[in-house]
Design a protein around this ligand. Structure first.
Ligand code: 5GP
Ligand code: ZN
Length: 113
């Protein structure tokens, strides 16, 4: 298995896990861009957002709801936060396993990159 996020799910690579259930795992980004920077990933290896199908609607919704829960848990829900998903080359996706970024804890800039 050469996918770093699959290896994190398999606990072959350590990470700071903050949430997990049957569908998703959430852990702190190794190179945080904000005081809160958490990645929410599906347990199933899905390469990118573009690979989601209609059958994945519940999973996609679940990822967003988990991000909301984590924002409350992190104490940033009231102040505001950002959820983003990079997709493909020009979307600057570096790791080819679908992941949602939850960013907050500081005033974010308009720069989405
Ligand atoms: P992307 O640029 O693909 O949207 O985001 C990939 C994210 O994964 C980056 O923010 C990067 O810091 C994070 N990342 C890459 N490798 C690891 C790792 O081994 N552990 C953790 N916790 N985060 C990682
Ligand atoms: Zn993977």
């Amino acid at each position: 298995m050469d996918c770093i996020f699959c290896r994190i799910i398999a606990r072959e690579v350590p990470s700071t896990t903050v949430y997990e259930d049957g569908q998703v795992v959430a852990f702190r980004d190794i190179n945080p861009q904000a005081p809160t920077h958490i990645l929410v990933i599906p347990r199933r290896h899905i390469p990118s957002l573009a690979d989601l199908t209609e059958a994945d609607e519940p999973l996609a919704g679940h990822m967003v709801i988990v991000a909301n829960k984590l924002a409350r848990q992190e104490g940033i829900a009231e102040r505001g936060y950002r959820v983003s998903i990079s997709c493909g080359k020009e979307g600057k996706q570096a790791v080819p396993h679908l992941h949602l970024h939850l960013l907050g804890g500081r005033r974010l800039t308009n720069e989405l990159g």
